[in-house]
Design a protein around this ligand. Structure first.
Ligand code: PLP
Length: 398
């Protein structure tokens, strides 16, 4: 039976080399990395080596990397940690009634791992500005400049968007934040392993990474914290991770993450070339075979593996279910919440009209995809779309 995976922005298969690297840390080297005996010291050494690999990939120092349970925790740590530590900035020391405890700038197309901590902080009295984006999903530098006030403590803007792949002008935003002395965080979960990600060049103070989006294991990630950045730990306990994140280290996960990032640094360029060709072959094929479709996201400035397409007059969910029946795994631009079809907040922010947004499908390719995979999708998808459109009262062939 055909099984084609085109949902790599949701998660990736674990690379066999990663699994191989992890296994000894379950079977033999199971010591607690904080223990002083040999079992512990071997685990410690593995954690240190993985930390160096992650650091070197983003041009950081090992001591600037804190391992977390994934991208979500890294985002929460960055946002809440900075908010809690810096809430008094900008407050008039004589005006005790001043309720403004700090201002955060983010965008309206962030992952929920960023948006929901921001919403939570709003409930706690912080002010948050959610910046708009243009039709391609790009934030405007002038908007950021305008949004900055004396109480602004944090700017958090993602490097690459998970739904449409659009790449944000992080370097320039970072420059602006630096000039104004504002801490700058980027969620780089979707760009690590796909684009060059150098913390120094991007001018960021904080950067989130995740293992399972780069062919590593699930449940491991990291937050890069530039030396000197004022941030409070969220998880308290022992003295792990230089007192920044307590808890016995996930040694196998950390080892796997280190191996995955090492493989990414070796293979990225070559893989990207192949993946971009397959993605563009898919888009060109769809354009030839199916009318009334539109590409969502920036035509060029987007991650090499991501293709978000709206098929007008029909529901993305129906396309996904039908593709799944044919063995093809893709994902929707819209999240199905409590039985209601809710449009994607990303497409909405880009100004895609709600009906068109409902018909969106995200194809996200990966290193194991082949020409045959794309040929197969181009063979089955046009029939699915025309069948669904025949049932749609809205459809008029133009
Ligand atoms: C997947 C993802 C996350 C969450 O990472 P987890 O490791 O799954 O918690 C955060 N941000 C973006 C952009 C993502 O794509």
């Amino acid at each position: 039976m055909t099984r084609i995976y085109l949902d790599h922005n949701a998660t990736t298969p674990t690379h066999p080399e990663v699994v191989k690297a992890m296994l000894p840390y379950y079977e033999k080297i199971y010591g607690n990395a904080s223990s002083i005996h040999q079992f512990g010291q071997e685990a410690r050494k593995a954690v240190d080596e993985a930390r160096e690999k992650v650091a070197s990939f983003i041009g950081a120092k090992p001591e600037e990397i804190v391992f977390t349970s994934g991208g979500t925790e890294a985002d929460n740590f960055a946002i809440k940690g900075v908010a809690y530590k810096n809430e008094k900035k900008g407050r008039d020391p004589l005006n005790r009634a001043c309720s403004g405890s700090g201002h955060i700038i983010t965008s309206s197309i962030e992952h929920h791992a960023v948006l929901n901590p921001c919403k939570y902080l709003e409930e706690k009295g912080f002010k948050v500005t959610y910046l708009p984006v243009n039709e391609y999903g790009v934030v405007n530098l002038a908007d950021i400049n305008k949004a900055i006030i004396s109480e602004t403590i944090l700017i958090t803007i993602m490097h690459a968007n998970n739904e449409v792949g659009t790449i944000e002008p992080i370097e320039e935003i970072g420059k602006m934040a630096k000039e104004k002395g504002i801490i700058f965080h980027t969620d780089a979960v979707q760009s690590v392993g796909k684009l060059k990600v150098n913390a120094g060049e991007l001018n960021v103070d904080l950067l989130s990474l995740s293992g399972h989006k780069i062919y590593g294991p699930k449940g491991i990630g990291a937050l890069y914290i530039r030396k000197g950045t004022k941030i409070e730990p969220l998880i308290l306990g022992g003295h792990h991770e230089r007192n920044k994140r307590a808890g016995t280290e996930n040694v196998p996960g950390i080892v796997g993450f280190g191996r995955a990032i090492e493989i990414a640094s070796q293979d990225m360029q070559k893989e990207n070339k192949k993946i971009v060709n397959l993605r563009d072959k898919l888009w060109n094929g769809l354009r030839q075979k199916i009318d009334s479709i539109q590409l969502n996201g920036h035509p060029e400035k987007r991650t090499p593996n991501t293709l978000n397409v709206s098929f007008k007059f029909i529901e993305g969910e129906s396309i996904i279910l039908n593709l799944d029946l044919q063995g093809v795994a893709v994902s929707s631009g819209s999240a199905c919440t409590s039985g209601l079809l809710e449009s994607s907040h990303v497409l909405k922010a880009m100004g895609v009209d709600p009906a068109t947004a409902q018909g969106s499908v995200r194809f996200s390719l990966g290193r194991d995809n082949t020409e045959e995979d794309i040929d197969y999708v181009l063979q089955v998808l046009p029939d699915i779309v025309s069948r669904l459109r025949e049932m749609s009262p809205l459809y008029r062939k133009n």
